[in-house]
Design a protein. Structure first.
Length: 248
């Protein structure tokens, strides 16, 4: 079982050093970094993390505050606190952190924490979603989160969706949102010929496509109508379907 992991630290060098330690372990899946408590909370609203490494001293709060807030969750991630001071050690365990690492980090000490995380980790329980009627399921509305608020994206505003480092993003004309849905789930919720799975990592709204550019080996790139005029790839296996859909 791989553990989706978040690093929270305002110092770039500290995040980099911890990342180098964690990247040596195949069971760790790094999905995002945050520099403040609020950034961490925003990511936690969208990604189902199993493990968090958090500095105690953070802008807008502390790693201890983050732990206390996570304790209220139904299925909270494991938290390992990281700091330069020993003074918070007792408080760390009071808020259910599974370990407490002192900077500068020693590799063997990090490895010890990871072994502990493996012992504590449990497969995330998938909450059963309410059964929806076909009409409700196909409303063409996708809820996304931004700054603690739920935004309802209309399908007409969605240009494409894509995966990056196991997170799924939705792109509109000038904004990008992270979503809890997989591409397969988005494909089901946004039914209809205009949403086309062009690639295993991309789902594109053909009504928001400006150009079809031939690539190599019979594949294509789609130029879409966002502010950057992004290119969305079409895999070889999907190119034939695209030609049939567009009459090329």
């Amino acid at each position: 079982m791989r553990l989706r992991t978040l690093i929270v630290d305002q110092e770039h060098l500290a995040r980099q050093k911890l990342r180098q330690h964690l990247e040596k372990h195949d069971f760790i899946q790094l999905v995002g970094e945050a520099t403040s408590m609020q950034e961490a909370i925003d990511l936690l609203e969208h990604v189902d993390y199993a493990l968090i490494f958090s500095e105690v001293d953070l802008p807008g709060g502390s790693g201890l505050d983050l732990c206390a807030q996570l304790k209220q969750s139904l299925n909270p991630p494991l938290v390992i606190l990281v700091t330069s001071s020993e003074q918070y050690a007792l408080k760390a365990y009071e808020v259910d952190a599974i370990d407490y690492l002192l900077k500068p980090l020693a590799e063997e000490r990090v490895n010890e924490s990871l072994r502990k995380a493996q012992r504590f980790a449990k497969p995330k329980r998938k909450l059963k979603e309410p059964t929806l009627g076909k009409e409700s399921f196909c409303l063409g509305i996708i809820p996304v989160e931004r700054s603690g608020k739920t935004i309802l994206l209309q399908e007409k505003d969605i240009i494409y969706a894509f995966t990056d480092n196991d997170a799924v993003y939705i792109k509109t004309t000038g904004e990008r949102f992270i979503t809890k849905y997989t591409l397969k789930e988005l494909e089901s919720r946004l039914r209809g010929p205009k949403f086309f799975r062009s690639h295993r990592c991309y789902l594109v709204n053909l009504e928001k496509t400006r150009e079809v550019v031939p690539f190599f080996n019979g594949t294509f790139n789609l130029i879409v109508d966002d502010s950057e005029k992004s290119e969305v790839p079409v895999s070889r296996s999907q190119s034939k379907k695209l030609r049939e859909l567009l009459g090329l």
